[in-house]
Design a protein. Structure first.
Length: 186
């Protein structure tokens, strides 16, 4: 059973809630995903997500500093204050031969974006400002019906959609206790 949206209320108190990008890619290791994103694995370091956020803050906004870990058979990218998860020029190629789910939030502007991409094809998309793609895949109909009209993705519905597709229930422990392969993309 998928977690109800309200059960993700804890996330609104996290240090990521105001601006984040999450990308999940099925079947890749963190090292494989870093390489697929154009990073040099040998230049990356394993650290906590908090350490990664702090390290990333030392780079300017033109630099993409990513933190990648493995959760339930998916490589998981977590970034503070990044737009990568909503950039189809990035996410669509990353989905080649696999599945990708992404969620982006920029609270100050009220920007929210969710994507489910299968091997280069967007299966489902939601942008808070524009609504969702016309055809809801059969796998998501029940979940979409259970989500009310309060489309505040970072407090639950976007995380519920991630859980529905990936089977991963994002928890504080995943964010706080995992080690992330972290570094700058070229």
């Amino acid at each position: 059973m998928t977690t109800p949206p309200g059960d993700y209320a804890w996330f609104s108190g996290s240090n990521l809630a105001e601006a984040f990008s999450f990308i999940f890619v099925r079947g890749l290791t963190p090292e494989e995903l870093v390489a697929r994103m154009g990073g040099r694995v040998e230049d990356f370091t394993w650290m906590t997500l908090d350490e990664s956020i702090h390290a990333g803050s030392r780079h300017d906004y033109k630099t993409e500093f990513v933190a990648v870990t493995s959760v339930g058979g998916w490589a998981f990218v977590a970034q503070y204050n990044s737009w990568l998860a909503c950039n189809d020029d990035v996410t669509v190629p990353l989905s080649a031969g696999t599945s990708l789910v992404s969620l982006y939030r920029l609270d100050i502007k009220g920007l929210e974006d969710f994507r489910w991409i299968e091997d280069g094809e967007i299966r489902f998309a939601f942008r808070a400002q524009d609504g969702y793609s016309e055809d809801v895949p059969a796998e998501l109909v029940e979940t979409m019906e259970s989500i009310d009209d309060d489309w505040d993705l970072h407090t639950g519905p976007g995380l519920v959609l991630i859980e529905r597709i990936t089977g991963i229930r994002l928890t504080p422990e995943i964010l706080d206790e995992s080690r992330f392969l972290s570094g700058v993309l070229s």
